[in-house]
Design a protein around this ligand. Structure first.
Ligand SMILES: Cc1cc2nc3c(=O)[nH]c(=O)nc-3n(C[C@H](O)[C@H](O)[C@H](O)COP(=O)(O)OP(=O)(O)OC[C@H]3O[C@@H](n4cnc5c(N)ncnc54)[C@H](O)[C@@H]3O)c2cc1C
Length: 597
């Protein structure tokens, strides 16, 4: 009997152990024995890292390992289902960062912290994002080149945007700015009848309806998204999944890189935690960090590359004194809710409907095939300019066709509002519906930082975006609200009952100021400062003598050989638009530079 109990006990223990190791390592992907040495080690299978690993492993003579802290992109069904994007926030696939309390912004949020989701899964943030496809403005890249990033002008980067793209929008297929032969599908998903109104209102204001990824970015445009046949196409799904059978590409999830091994100022490998053990992997040619704008600077600093004073305070031996983690730039948007007198926007009830779920399950159609982001615009602060006037755009419009200001939606969109703020926002009980307009500041002047809190790689770093610290940002945000006032005052929006003079629950928080005065809007934008999830520039690229640069225009870390950074952190400045397509472009261009030697 005693023997039987022991056998059952050991069996149970073995079962628990095996279940744990099975969960923590995706055996379908990880080769059971990874090699100790590869030509290229890429850390992070996100937007840039997936593209880079895919392109480098096109050459059979290169062997490449792609290390990812997160797991499979197939375990959470909300990843492939576009309408599931909000549910990915705070999921197991989210790093779930929070900024430090903001002095000048985020007054409506708990402790004045902004919640920063980031993807911890194959595909990185491209598996979590809202799938909007925007490349930025030509003046972004010309500006990078003018500031010393040789080879990154618009003319230089356009071929890489084109190379990635598989455009599935007939109307733009013949455009010389668009690509048809790449792995990344781009479509025009619209699911509510409201979407056309955004464009009509733009026309009412005298703007053209354009392709915001075409020749001229100024104007109103349909949403374009990395969605095909009702499913999300992350960078991982587009660039890596079709090539998992390449013998020279090892994709290794659930493996957390803790530092770069550097010998005599040369990166020779990485240390990681895999299957609960410390592992070292060595590089014949290069170590490449693609861990994103929060984690790439964290790994560099843990490895002795960063601002001398900061590293010395933590007792880290300084191998290269560089402004790692400085120059953090992020976009903020200000949500602005308006009542309408018609149905049409998405509702929580629609998303909860079994019918709609089945429609998606069997036909990949219906409300789950897209997000409620349906229309977009890029404008100057001076709204009288209706076309590219030789300068970068100032404000982006995100529209959100979803009725959210009701109690049932209280926790649907995890923004980190204070409970008391939620009590004010989500209280309406009458039958009206609402839509949301969010002006976005494209070129914030405020600069933030990523700093280590400790030398423990598992400790999240301190993220301080310094939102709205610079007065110019506040003025631009107020200009954004004035743009929305113009937009909702058009005949198109008046026809569905929008009244610019009627305050919404969101406006109540600043009711001590005269409604719609500058003081009112300043109070408002400092309360509702939402990230658009676009942190960039923390390992900024620049010319040889640029004191703000961490990497050179070939993305090589200054002063350390065999080490590059390839992700959103190397961008010179945050581009005018959403950052997934630009991060994919960075991966494409880096691969080309590396392959050319
Ligand atoms: C919720 C959300 C919505 C967004 N919506 C849009 C949108 O609609 N359109 C758009 O254009 N952009 C959007 N973005 C932004 C866009 O997705 C990102 O800018 C882009 O994905 C950044 O790419 P990246 O390669 O720099 O980093 P990521 O894609 O974040 O990749 C970094 C990868 O590195 C891994 N990693 C980090 N640290 C380690 C480590 N120590 N060891 C191993 N692996 C590590 C991460 O797990 C991750 O997989 C959104 C982002 C979020 C989070």
């Amino acid at each position: 009997m005693e023997k039987l109990v022991t056998v059952i006990g050991v069996g149970l223990l073995a079962y628990v152990y095996l279940s744990y190791t099975k969960d923590s390592v995706d055996t379908a992907l990880s080769p059971s024995n990874i090699n100790t040495t590869y030509d290229y080690i890429i850390v992070g299978a996100g937007s840039s890292g997936s593209v880079l690993a895919s392109r480098l492993s096109e050459d059979p003579e290169n062997d490449v390992i792609l290390l990812e802290a997160g797991g499979s992109d197939e375990t959470n069904p909300n990843i492939y289902k576009p309408g599931g994007a909000p549910m990915l926030m705070k999921s197991a696939e989210d790093w779930e960062y929070y900024t430090v309390p903001q002095k000048h912004a985020c007054y409506a949020m708990k402790e004045q912290r902004s919640y920063w989701p980031r993807g911890r899964v194959l595909g990185g943030s491209s598996s979590l994002n809202w799938m909007v496809y925007v490349r930025g403005n030509r003046h972004d890249y010309d500006g990078w080149a003018a500031e010393g990033c040789d080879g990154w002008s618009y003319k230089d980067v356009l071929p890489y945007f084109i190379k990635s793209e598989n455009l599935l929008i007939d109307e733009f297929k013949s455009s010389k700015y668009r690509g048809n032969g790449g792995p990344l599908p781009v479509t025009r998903p619209n699911i509510t009848p409201i979407h056309k109104m955004y464009l009509d209102a733009g026309k009412d204001l005298g703007f053209d309806v354009i392709d915001c990824n075409g020749e001229d970015q100024i104007g109103f445009c349909w949403m374009q998204a990395t969605i095909k046949q009702g499913e999300r196409w992350s960078a991982y799904r587009s660039f890596i999944k079709p090539h998992l059978d390449r013998s020279n590409l090892h994709v290794v999830p659930n493996t957390f890189t803790t530092k770069v091994i550097i010998k005599d100022k040369k990166a020779i490998g990485v240390e990681c935690i895999r299957n609960g053990k410390k592992v070292k992997i060595f590089a014949r040619k290069e170590v490449i960090l693609s861990a994103g704008a929060v984690n790439s600077p964290q790994i560099l600093m843990l490895s002795g590359i960063g601002p001398r004073k900061h590293l010395e305070e933590l007792g880290i031996r300084v191998l290269a004194d560089l402004p790692v983690g400085e120059n953090l730039q992020d976009h903020v948007m200000i949500p602005s809710l308006y009542r309408i007198n018609t149905t049409g926007p998405l509702t929580v009830a629609m998303m909860a409907s079994t019918w709609n779920s089945k429609q998606y399950e069997y036909f990949r159609s219906g409300p789950w095939t897209a997000t409620a982001l349906e229309g977009m615009a890029f404008v100057y602060k001076d709204l009288s300019k209706k076309k590219d006037s030789g300068k970068n755009s100032d404000i982006q419009l995100h529209t959100f066709s979803a009725h959210m200001a009701i109690p049932i939606a209280r926790d649907f969109f995890p923004v980190h509002y204070k409970e008391a703020v939620k009590d004010t926002l989500f209280t309406e009980t009458d039958a009206i519906e609402t839509i949301m307009f969010s002006p976005t500041l494209l070129h914030p002047k405020s600069r933030g930082t990523i700093r280590l809190r400790t030398t423990d790689p598992f400790d999240y770093p301190d993220i301080d975006p310094h939102y709205l610290e610079d007065e110019e940002d506040v003025n631009m945000a107020i200009a954004g609200m004035r743009f929305i006032e113009e937009l909702v005052g058009t005949n198109t929006f008046k026809s569905i009952g929008i009244d610019v003079n009627s305050p919404s629950p969101f406006h109540k928080l600043c009711s001590k100021h005269e409604f719609r005065s500058d003081k009112f809007w300043e109070c408002y934008v400092r309360h509702f400062t939402l990230t658009v999830y676009h942190p960039t520039t923390t390992c900024r690229m620049g010319g040889k003598d640029d004191p703000t640069a961490v990497v050179d225009p070939q993305l090589r870390v200054k002063g350390i050989s065999g080490l590059r950074v390839v992700d959103a952190s190397v961008m010179r400045n945050v581009p005018a638009g959403n950052t997934n397509a630009p991060s994919i472009m960075v991966g494409e261009k880096a691969a080309d530079m590396i392959r050319k030697g």
